[in-house]
Write a protein that binds this ligand. Structure first.
Ligand SMILES: Nc1ncnc2c1ncn2[C@@H]1O[C@H](COP(=O)(O)OP(=O)(O)O)[C@@H](O)[C@H]1O
Ligand SMILES: [Mg+2]
Length: 356
């Protein structure tokens, strides 16, 4: 069985000899290139229709992923159905292709992070470096952790996570050593990313610390020091938080976390896509996704996941053959959004403060 791995190539990076036609195309088009076996590549074209494509030397095939059809070409012969299976399993869970909505955020990450890391020579030539740090903030359940995990899948080996619970050592100073070690490894693997989820735990506001948390102060100082030099050494620090107002402001000062990105609750279109995603593997009948999206304004992605699962459970319990619109609407109406007004306001207040 051939393993279809992550796209190993992206926008032309690492393309080997003998694939010149494709090489030219990848620079012009958005493609994912998968390595099927050592010498066989599958090139998946995204966002263009088959009739737009003219390639002289390769057969164009159609590959179905979910309800989308992508044009694709391979550099050796596989049967179309076996390829469809491979692509469906591989692309479903992998990378940005499984992220609904969040188009602006994906674009920022592709342009400012993925491309400079993948094509570091080209970017270095133009003296364009990755940002020093990126902070994602916004109400809970809206995909901050999720998109960074997907970014990790896109990037593969050069991704490290610094977990607050991991570094929290019972021995005083133990934590600062762990922070230092993580960054050391990140520098050794550079270009790379260090991700800190729920970063307010790692770097809380210092003026709120009690006098006996001296070690915590040291930890924050250590982190800030590492952060200062990170970008220059091709290490990108990414933090995520539901509660930006609890973070020590020193990390946001210019040059440290230099991109602040608000991850808002999903918009109407994204909610529609999320319902489709979470219901896609379940028996459904005659659903009006647009209406479901309308009814779930201000709900988080996690809420929509919960509602979909809950509706499935209701359908089984009531011995229905499928999940109906009625069941879903009922569940929506009895499930309040998990995003509190307070959380939303705190996050919006934080946006306002940064714009000053
Ligand atoms: N853009 C998205 N596309 C698909 N699923 C998503 C998306 N954003 C969030 N989810 C789902 O919602 C869940 C909660 O998101 P999460 O990243 O944990 O939120 P946050 O970190 O912002 O609190 C995820 O586990 C994932 O299943
Ligand atoms: Mg999270």
């Amino acid at each position: 069985m051939i393993q279809l791995r992550k796209p190993v190539l992206y926008n032309g990076f690492e393309i080997k000899d003998g694939v010149k036609t494709i090489n030219r195309l990848v620079h012009e088009l958005s493609v994912d290139v998968y390595r099927l076996t050592n010498n066989n590549y599958l090139v998946l074209f995204i966002g263009i229709e088959i009739k737009d494509l003219r390639i002289a030397n390769y057969d164009i095939i159609e590959v179905n992923v979910g309800d989308m059809t992508y044009p694709a070409t391979i550099l050796s012969k596989f049967s179309k159905s076996s390829l469809n299976k491979l692509v469906a399993t591989a692309t479903k869970k992998y990378g940005f292709s499984s992220v609904e909505g969040m188009h602006d955020l994906k674009e920022i990450l592709i342009n400012d992070v993925i491309n400079p890391l993948r094509d570091s020579k080209k970017y270095a030539k133009f003296k364009v470096s990755i940002p020093n740090g990126i902070l994602l903030f916004g109400p809970p359940g809206c995909g901050k952790t999720f998109i960074i995990r997907k970014l990790a899948e896109e990037l593969g080996y050069n991704f490290m996570e610094l977990k607050h619970s991991d570094v929290g050592s019972p021995y005083i100073h133990g934590t600062t050593i762990s922070i230092g070690e993580t960054f050391k490894e990140a520098r050794a693997n550079a270009p790379s990313i260090v991700f800190i989820d729920e970063i307010e735990g790692m770097v809380p506001k210092r003026d709120r610390l009690t006098s006996n948390s001296e070690y915590k102060r040291e930890e924050i100082n250590e982190f800030l020091m590492q952060l200062n030099d990170a970008g220059k050494q091709s290490v990108l620090v990414v933090g995520a938080t539901n509660r930006p107002n609890l973070i020590d402001e020193a990390i946001i000062r210019t040059g440290r976390m230099d991109r602040l990105i608000y991850v808002s609750p999903p918009d109407l279109k994204a909610r529609e896509e999320l319902f489709k995603k979470f219901l896609s593997d379940r028996p459904i009948h005659n659903l009006d996704y647009h209406k479901l999206a309308w009814f779930s304004s201000n709900y988080s992605c996690a809420d929509i996941e919960y509602i979909s699962t809950e509706a499935a459970r209701e359908a089984v319990k009531s011995d229905l053959d499928f999940i109906s619109q009625e069941v879903l609407e009922k569940v929506i109406f009895k499930t309040p959004s998990s995003i509190s007004k307070e959380e939303l306001e705190q996050n919006e207040h934080f946006i306002g403060k940064q714009r000053r």
